[in-house]
Design a protein around this ligand. Structure first.
Ligand code: DAH
Length: 347
């Protein structure tokens, strides 16, 4: 190799270091491809002695390819930036020192309802139920039609909730999920397994507010479908669950009621746990928690299940009510009050 070409290679190596340095500092990485240093090397090809021109040209070209690779890699890295969280109260791309500081986590705690819902789901999961989420906006089919409420039937009036101009509904109960759950887990039945799901979520009612009524509250729905399911299975399931939740063996009472989506339908009460009894009167003996029954054949059909082959039960109760009873909370409005004195009792 001639002396000239060695100098040329040195020059290329030096330029590579300079370019890398510049590249690191550039905001817009593509600009490196227009660097004067790179252009000078190109000019150098023309001026190189003819015997060195090919080797020199190749080396310059290989440097250019490297520089292009740096640019491409930096762009890929940019694309890996996580998607923007539009709910974040600051620009997610702003520098770390310009973001607001979060309160240290040890000064907060989980909301008592979240803790209780997790605990409730945990019990049901151990009993073989899967947990599904409901929706906070739904349609007439899931709110009424699929649940065997004929159009204009007076039973619809018991579920007075909020509706958008387009006819979308803020669901008044978690039973809206019965149809979806049965469809989603239909294949279980073909495998000889039951459909067993619970759905805890928010529901909405047009209510006058008082110590036991809120416009927004939580329910937990349960659906169980298999062959030869009967009311005995329903009672056993509910009393097992309640005994687990309240930590003592409790008696269960069903009394006849009417819901369009179950036949027969019941109101469901438990023997009031000792700690929650004010006195020994008959009145204080029972605690009403929700509704339940055997799933109506029309509800099964609306989900594509044959009621001649399968039977099932469903239940739904208010979560706040259950939690209030457990902890002796006298007013449902405490849950949404952001009253720290109240919340700290549970942390
Ligand atoms: N959805 C009913 C309500 O909010 C409660 C209910 C009753 C749910 C009977 C059920 C059921 O699944 O079978 O008033």
């Amino acid at each position: 190799m001639t002396e000239g070409s060695t100098t040329g290679m040195d020059e290329i190596n030096k330029t590579r270091d300079i370019l890398r340095d510049k590249f690191e500092k550039l905001e817009d990485k593509k600009q490196i491809l227009k660097a004067v240093e790179l252009r000078k090397l190109y000019d150098g090809i023309r001026n190189a002695p003819p015997e060195d021109r090919a080797a020199y040209g190749q080396a310059v070209n290989s440097l250019k390819l490297d520089v292009q690779t740096w640019v491409e890699q930096s762009q890929e890295a940019d694309e890996e930036i996580s998607p923007i969280d539009i709910t974040a109260p600051w620009g997610v791309n702003s520098a770390a020192d310009r973001r607001p500081q979060f309160l240290p986590a040890e000064q907060g705690s989980q909301h008592p309802l979240t803790t209780e819902i997790n605990y409730i789901c945990d019990i049901f999961q151990r009993m073989g139920f899967v947990v599904e989420e409901s929706r906070e906006i739904d349609d007439d089919f899931h709110m009424f039609e699929s649940l065997n409420f004929p159009e204009d039937h007076p039973a619809r009036d018991d579920y007075d909730t909020f509706m958008t101009d387009e006819g979308l509904i803020a669901p008044a109960h978690t039973s809206t999920m019965q149809n979806r759950v049965m469809q989603k887990y239909k294949a279980n039945l073909d495998k000889g397994e039951p459909i067993a799901a619970v759905v805890p979520d928010r529901v909405f009612r047009n209510e006058d507010l008082d110590a036991t009524h809120e416009h927004t509250f939580y329910q937990i729905e349960g659906v169980y479908v298999s062959k030869n399911v009967n009311v005995g299975n329903l009672i056993a399931t509910l009393s097992t669950y309640m005994s687990e939740y309240y930590g003592q063996q409790l008696k269960t009472k069903l009394q006849p009621f009417y819901f369009p989506f179950t036949e027969p339908s019941f109101e469901f009460a438990i023997e009031r746990p000792d700690v929650l009894r004010k006195d020994n009167s008959e009145e204080q003996k029972w605690l009403e928690l929700g509704g339940c029954g055997m799933i109506h054949p029309n509800v099964m059909r609306s989900a594509g299940l044959d009621p001649e082959v399968y039977t099932g039960f469903a239940f739904g109760f208010g979560v706040e009510r259950m939690v209030m009873m457990k902890h002796g909370i006298e007013d449902v409005r405490h849950f949404e009050s952001a009253n720290l004195k109240f919340l700290r009792q549970f942390s």
